[in-house]
Design a binder for this molecule. Structure first.
Ligand SMILES: *Cc1c(COP(=O)(O)O)cnc(C)c1O
Length: 402
C-alpha cells in the first residue's frame, strides 16, 4: 500500500528532532555532523539564534499580506541584493524552479520588447539541473526526469558544458538567452572555467543574447563569493537564487539588470506567497550574517582548509576517492566505489552528505562551519573508509585518477 506521504524520495531512516549549528540530533539522541545542510540550503546551520529570533519576531507581527500591499521587509531585502550585486531589480518567489521559470519568462519578454519576438530559445547545458516544473524539466533535459510527463516543453536546446565553440555553433536567430549554472551541482559539482564564463559574457555582448545564471545552489556565499560568477569578474543579465537565501526558510529570487526587468510591469508576472514578510525577514537575517565584513573571506579560508584535509585523506587512503571538485564550501568527491555505499558508510560514521551525479559525494556544510568541525567531518570520512575497506572487496565503478 502506498504511504500517505507520497514516495517520491528514497529517504534515509533518520528523523531529526533538533539541530544546533552544524549538528543534527535524532529523537533517540544520535548526533550527526551535517555536511548536507538540507541540500546546500541551511546556510547558517540549524537553530541559528539570529535567524530563529528574526523569524519568531516577524511571525508574531505579520506573516503574509500578499503583494497587493507594500512589504517593507521585501523592499529592504531587494535594496540589499541590489546594493551587493549587478542587479537593479529583484522579484521574490518561493523556490529555485520557480525563480528559473520567471527568469526564462523575463528573458523572453525583454527580447520581445527589444523588437525580437522571434528570440525565445533558451540555450542550456548538458548536465544542467534547473528544477522540476514542466519547463524547467525541459531546461534540465535529463530524460530520466522527463519520462511519462508528456511532450517536452520546446525551446530549450542543449550544448556540452564548458565548451564555448559548441555555444557559438548552437546560436540561432531564435536564441533569447544562454542559461547555465556557474557550478553544476546536481550533476556532480562541475565548475565552469573563468575563461568560459568570460567568453560567454563577451558572446552575449556581441549578439544581444542574455546571459542567465542559475545560482540557486552556487549562490548566497556557498563558494566564498556572494554569487559564484563574481570569481570570473563578470556579471550576468539576469540570475536566479533560492536554496541558501532563506537559510532553510523557503524563498527564491530573480535578480535582473534594469534593461531586462523594465518590461515587468504590473500584471506581467505574479505570486501569492513570494516575498512575504516572514520569508523576507528570514532572508534579511541570513544577509545580516553573510554581509558582515570578512564573512566571505572566512568561507573561502574554510573551503581551502577543508580542501587541504580532503586532499590529505585522498593521499593517505587511496582507492576510495578519485577526485576533489568544487569551490569554497561546495565540494564534490568523485568516488571509486558506488557513491551510495560511501554515503551510507559516512552516515554510519555520523556524517551526513549528499550524493550528486557522476558518482560524486557532495559536501555542503553550513557556511558557519568551524575548522574543528571540518576536522571532525574528515575524521568521520576516514572512519567510513575503514568500514568500506572492511566490508567490501570493492567492485570499483571508477578507476582512480591517474
Ligand atoms: C535545487 C536547484 C534548483 C531547484 O530548486 P527547487 O527549490 O528545488 O525548485 C534549480 N537549480 C539549481 C542549480 C538547483 O541546485
Amino acid at each position: 500500500m502506498i504511504s500517505p506521504l507520497m514516495p517520491t524520495y528514497k529517504r534515509a531512516d533518520l528523523a531529526f528532532e533538533r539541530g544546533d549549528g552544524v549538528w543534527l540530533q535524532t529523537s533517540d539522541g544520535r548526533r550527526f555532523l551535517d555536511f548536507a545542510s538540507g541540500i546546500a540550503t541551511c546556510s547558517l546551520g540549524h537553530a541559528h539564534p539570529h535567524l530563529v529570533e528574526s523569524i519568531r519576531t516577524q511571525a508574531g507581527l505579520v506573516m503574509h499580506v500578499s503583494n497587493l500591499f507594500r512589504v517593507p521587509q521585501a523592499e529592504r531585502l531587494a535594496e540589499r541584493l541590489v546594493a551587493n550585486t549587478f542587479a537593479d531589480s529583484v522579484f521574490f518567489c518561493n523556490s529555485g524552479a520557480e525563480a528559473n521559470e520567471g527568469m526564462v519568462k523575463m528573458a523572453r519578454r525583454a527580447q520581445m520588447l527589444a523588437g525580437h519576438p522571434e528570440r525565445t530559445d533558451i540555450l542550456c547545458m548538458d548536465g544542467a539541473f534547473h528544477g522540476r516544473t514542466l519547463a524547467m524539466l525541459a531546461a534540465t533535459g535529463n530524460p530520466k526526469y522527463l519520462e511519462g510527463y508528456g511532450e517536452t516543453v520546446s525551446g530549450f536546446p542543449h550544448v556540452p558544458y564548458n565548451d564555448i565553440e559548441a555555444v557559438r555553433a548552437a546560436i540561432t536567430p531564435n536564441t533569447a538567452a544562454i542559461m547555465l549554472e556557474p557550478i553544476q551541482g546536481e550533476s556532480g559539482i562541475k565548475v565552469a572555467s573563468v575563461e568560459y564564463l568570460r567568453a560567454l559574457r563577451a558572446l552575449c555582448d556581441e549578439t544581444g543574447i542574455f546571459l542567465a545564471l542559475d545560482e540557486v545552489q552556487s549562490g548566497v556565499g556557498r563558494t566564498g563569493y556572494l554569487f559564484a560568477h563574481e570569481r570570473a569578474g563578470i556579471t550576468p543579465d539576469i540570475m536566479s537564487s533560492a536554496k541558501g537565501l532563506g537559510g532553510g526558510f523557503p524563498i527564491g529570487a530573480i535578480l535582473a539588470r534594469e534593461g531586462l526587468a523594465q518590461g515587468m510591469t504590473p500584471g506581467t508576472h505574479g505570486t501569492t506567497f513570494g516575498g512575504n514578510p516572514l520569508a523576507c525577514a528570514a532572508a534579511n537575517a541570513v544577509l545580516d550574517v553573510l554581509l558582515a565584513p570578512g564573512f566571505m573571506e572566512q568561507i573561502r579560508a574554510r573551503g581551502t582548509f577543508l580542501a587541504g584535509l580532503l586532499d590529505k585523506l585522498m593521499a593517505d587512503r587511496p582507492g576510495i576517492f578519485a577526485q576533489r571538485r568544487g569551490l569554497g564550501l561546495l565540494v564534490g568527491l568523485r568516488c571509486i566505489p558506488p557513491v551510495g555505499d560511501v554515503q551510507d558508510a559516512a552516515q554510519e560514521a555520523g556524517l551526513l552528505c549528499v550524493t550528486a551525479g557522476d558518482n560524486v559525494l557532495r559536501l555542503v556544510p553550513p557556511l558557519t562551519v568551524s575548522e574543528d568541525e571540518c576536522r571532525q567531518a574528515v575524521a568521520r570520512l576516514n572512519q567510513a573508509i575503514d568500514s568500506l575497506k572492511a566490508t567490501n572487496t570493492p567492485s570499483p565503478v571508477l578507476e582512480p585518477a591517474p
